[in-house]
Each structure stands twice: as C-alpha cells, then as structure tokens.
Design a protein around this ligand. Structure first.
Ligand code: SF4
Length: 332
C-alpha cells in the first residue's frame, strides 16, 4: 500500500515501511510521519542579518534552530552535515535520525524566551521536510507574541503553502539558477520555487528576501540577469547575491571572485530589484540599505553589526525614508 506525502512539490508516493526522497518522512501504520520530529540538532542565538534577513527587524537577534533533512541534493551545500546525512545518497558516514536532543515545541519556545529573543528562525537544513515540527513550534511562538522566520529552498507543495504562510512572518528563499541548473546540480526544479515566491510576495505583512549563491564558471552574467527578471516578475524586492566558496562535493572549485560578484550585482540591479546585497563579501558598499528613490543611506552594516543614524530611526520605524518619504520595504 502506498501513501502520498504533501510536504513538498515532490509529492512522494511512499510504500509501507519506506521513506520519501528526503529520508525523514516514513510511511508507518498510523500514516506518514516525520521520523526525527523534535530531534533538535542546532539552536543558537545570532543576528537576523546572518540568515541573511536585512529587512526583518534589522539589528535584532533570533534563535536559529534545525533538525536533519532536505529534499534537494546540492553538491555545494554549505550545511550538508545537517541537510544531507539522512539521505541514502550521502557519501560519508550515514547518521540516523535519532541523533539530536529531544525537544518539544513548548520546550523550544521556552528556550527562546530564556535567550531573551522574540524571533524563532527555522534554518540550516530544509525546514519544509520537518514542517510539522516547525508549524507546531511557530503556533506557540505566535501565542507568546513572537515572530517566525524560515530560511528555505521554497519548494513547497500548494498544501504546504496554505499551512506555512499564515504562521511565518519572514522568508529568505534560495533561488539557485535556471531549470537546467536545478536539475543538474540540485536534483530539483525551479518551477515550485517561483510559484512559492509569486504566492508569498502577494501577501500583505510578509517580508520576503531571495538569495542566490553565485558560482563563477557555472553561473554567467546572462544567467543572473535572467533570474533577476524572474524575481522581479514574482514581486521580489530584496536579493542577496552571495559568493561561492569550495565546499562538500564542490571542494575543488575556485571561490567566486569579488570582481565577478560585483558584475553580478550590477546585472541584478539593472533588472529593477530595489535592494541588492553582496553576501560572503568584503564589499561594504553592497551591505548598505539605501532609499530606492533618492539613494539616501538608511542602514549601514559592518559584518553583522547594524547601524542606523539616530535621526533616521523614527522614520525607519514608520518604514519611510527621512529625505524623500519613500516607503522602505520591510518590518522594522
Ligand atoms: S517532504 Fe518532500 S521529499 Fe520528503 S517525503 Fe515528503 S514529498 Fe517526499
């Protein structure tokens, strides 16, 4: 007998006793369950800028949490220890799901309060494959008056969108390349990611940022421009372009140069996306938030340190530029 998992766009059809593509959703007598529900592997307090989220309560901190699991197979994954070790394709020693500290959603929310932060971020691996635990936690975070953010590949099923959107306030969604890139390097598809972006950018009250890891020699400037137009059409206002460094199954590639990243950022800006940032880069020019209308510098950043001029602060809380009154995208 088979059952279908509706957590992501794969809609895996899973035989009794078997697991889906992600390796953590298993068909048991009671239905399909998340085998590592509550097995917490990471919980650390860090600036929201580190996620990166630049337009969601800038200058504040979050409790970042993760369980094992992912529904992609990216050879360049920066967090493969957390995302890929439940995959049957993982080349290293396979770790089973029972690793991790048993932590109920309520215990996790209590931890967030003890840490004196009011934002929980689901991150590091792919939260869409452990969305039941994320959503049970997110409900309690909301009841406690807090906020929820999700760092994700965006490959939701339509049912997952309906479950996730009401509870998550801030999203950073990875957009990795064109359809061919997704198929070749991630064993995935761009289509559901664009569908998620289009749906969430239309919703009032949500902050949506996109991130692309720019791999010089695989991505070219035309690819960045093509992606920029897709993101612009989807309604994306904030785009982080991040430098690739050798990692995991791509540890023999050269890092992306600052020069290529700057060219990519210029191409991204030419697509009309108002806030474009450099990631994994020493280029502070592209770490600043400027008014998209008059270019007044509103937020400067050095590393994860955020600075807002005092006279700009009140305007920023209202989401306005102090010089021209233009709306500044985000939740401040
Ligand atoms: S979360 Fe996605 S990959 Fe995992 S079993 Fe469900 S549909 Fe398949």
């Amino acid at each position: 007998m088979t059952a279908t998992c509706d957590f992501c766009w794969r809609y895996c059809s899973i035989e009794s006793g078997e697991r889906g593509f992600c390796g953590i959703r298993e068909h048991r007598a009671e239905g399909i369950i998340t085998i590592n529900y509550g097995k917490l592997l990471a919980a650390s307090v860090e600036p929201l800028e580190k996620k990166p989220l630049y337009h969601f309560r800038p200058g504040t901190k979050t409790l970042s949490v993760a369980l094992f699991g992912c529904n992609y197979r990216c050879g360049f994954c920066q967090n493969h220890d957390l995302s890929q070790k439940t995959s049957p394709m993982y080349p290293g020693p396979w770790k089973d799901y029972d690793e991790g500290l048993d932590t109920s959603p309520l215990q996790l929310v209590n931890r967030m309060k003890e840490c004196k932060v009011s934002t929980m971020t689901y991150t590091y691996s792919e939260p869409v494959v452990w969305q039941d635990y994320m959503l049970d936690t997110a409900k309690l975070v909301k009841e406690a008056g807090g906020y929820n953010c999700m760092i994700t590949n965006g490959s939701f099923s339509s049912a997952a969108r309906e479950r996730i959107f009401p509870l998550i306030d801030g999203f950073n969604i990875d957009v990795k390349g064109d359809e061919e890139f997704y198929r070749t390097y991630c064993k995935a598809s761009l289509r559901p990611v664009l569908e998620t972006l289009e749906a969430v950018c239309d919703l009032p009250g949500k902050v949506v940022e996109a991130t692309t890891l720019v791999i010089e020699g695989i991505h070219d400037i035309d690819d960045i421009q093509w992606l920029g137009h897709r993101l612009k059409d989807a309604g994306v206002s904030v785009w982080h372009l991040s430098r690739f460094f050798p990692h995991y199954n791509m540890d023999n590639r050269a890092p992306t140069t600052e020069r290529f990243l700057s060219q990519a950022i210029e191409a991204a800006e030419s697509c009309g996306i108002p806030y474009v940032y450099a990631g994994n880069s020493g280029n502070e020019h592209y770490a600043k938030t400027r008014c998209p209308n008059c270019r007044t510098e509103i937020i400067s950043r050095r590393g994860y340190y955020v600075h807002v001029e005092e006279e700009l602060y009140e305007h920023l809380l209202l989401g306005k530029c102090t010089e021209c009154g233009e709306s500044i995208y985000g939740f401040f």
